[in-house]
Design a protein around this ligand. Structure first.
Ligand code: DOR
Ligand code: ZN
Length: 353
């Protein structure tokens, strides 16, 4: 038995308010605990999007009533809310800026809309940017000009990890995360896991090439965090004519990483660093007292969506064999998950802001 600290996932899409048929605060946080995640940061691209005091209240009320694990909620950067977002900062996980197109309405196309957010949001917290390729380079330039931290969400390309490496060497305040799909899948895997439904391969950022995946593994020291970007959509939606992008992941991230440890591609210490120590530091998150995760490192099993807590009903890792199972999760002194069973009521989770 291996005992590790409670893990933090800084990138989870909960879908409440607005799309609880995909997931809600109950099922998402139950899934998190099953995956060894005791604290998560929720993304703001809900419906309505979380961008001011009343929408933040909406999300936090649902979270308070339903969350099983601890959490904080991001605010989304819009064209006119820089002032309000900065005022709400003490109550938020941070500010999320969508600089490229993805699921939902939140998107800042024009770089002149970025400026007030880079200027006004408190500099003790990073701005989290969805920025791919050249817009990532632009976001790093903004971080340099306004002398503030940025956290680059879900990097997926060789050119991205190499630029972040150079930016860090230059002393810029840049951190980044990578998701399991960009470490364990390439675009060539889509036909085999999508079963003739190409929509199941849709995710933003898109899956990379083998060269991209190899570059991420070769530069793990540049990567600050592992984040799931848990983005549940139902199978019916994924298999429709307009499939929304996104993969579920909060329940499978740790098992995939533990399997990589078993294969000597990664160490347990790197998992703890990138899923506990670094996210805690980067997002200034509090310690969770008497909180830990127990893992049976030798347990071998197959990933199946039917065994999962998530409501979305599918996973791109269906049938994959992994080694390393979460057997017990203790959160603030309470057994919250044990031997495949959720043991905690809705509402036990606390807002860490
Ligand atoms: O694939 C994605 N899905 N990428 C994102 O950035 C958003 C997410 C979602 O909310 O579904
Ligand atoms: Zn996301």
């Amino acid at each position: 038995m291996l005992k590790i600290p409670g893990l933090i996932d800084p990138h989870v899409h909960i879908r409440e308010p607005g799309a609880t048929h995909k997931e809600d605060w109950d099922t998402a946080t139950a899934a998190a605990l099953a995956g060894g995640i005791t604290m998560l940061l929720a993304m703001p691209n809900t419906n309505p999007a979380i961008f001011d005091a009343s929408t933040l209240e909406l999300a936090l009320a649902a979270a308070k009533a339903k969350a099983h694990c601890d959490y904080a909620q991001f605010i989304g950067a819009g064209p006119g809310n820089a002032e309000v977002a900065a005022q709400l900062a003490p109550r938020a996980a941070g500010l999320k800026m969508y600089l490229d197109s993805t699921f939902g309405e939140l998107r800042l196309d024009d770089m002149s809309l970025w400026k007030p957010h880079f200027e006004k949001y408190p500099k003790n917290l990073p701005l989290v940017v969805h920025s791919e390729s050249r817009s990532m380079a632009a976001a790093i330039l903004f971080a340099a000009i306004y002398d503030r931290p940025v956290h680059i969400a879900h990097i997926s390309l060789k050119e991205e990890v190499l630029l972040i490496k150079a930016a860090k060497e230059h002393g810029l305040k840049v951190t980044c995360e990578v998701c399991p799909q960009h470490l364990f899948l390439t675009k060539d895997d889509i036909p085999s896991f999508s079963g003739g439904h190409p929509g199941r391969g849709e995710v933003r950022p898109r899956l990379g090439s083998k060269e991209d995946v190899d570059a991420l593994w070769a530069n793990l020291d540049v990567i600050d965090c592992f984040a799931s970007d848990h983005a549940p959509h139902t199978l019916e939606e994924k298999d429709s004519d307009e499939p929304p992008p996104g993969f579920p992941g909060v329940e499978t991230t740790l098992a995939l990483l533990l399997t990589a440890v078993h294969e000597a591609r990664l160490t347990i210490d790197q998992i703890i660093e990138k899923m506990h120590t670094n996210p805690k530091r980067i997002f200034r998150l509090p310690e969770q007292p008497e909180t830990w995760v127990e893992v049976d490192e030798q347990a071998t099993y197959e990933i199946h969506a039917v065994d999962m807590q998530s409501r979305c009903g599918w996973t791109p890792f269906e049938g994959r064999q992994v080694k390393g199972r979460v057997t017990r999760v203790v959160l603030r002194g309470k057994d919250v998950f044990k031997d495949g069973k959720l043991l905690v009521e809705k509402g036990f989770g606390r807002n860490v802001r």
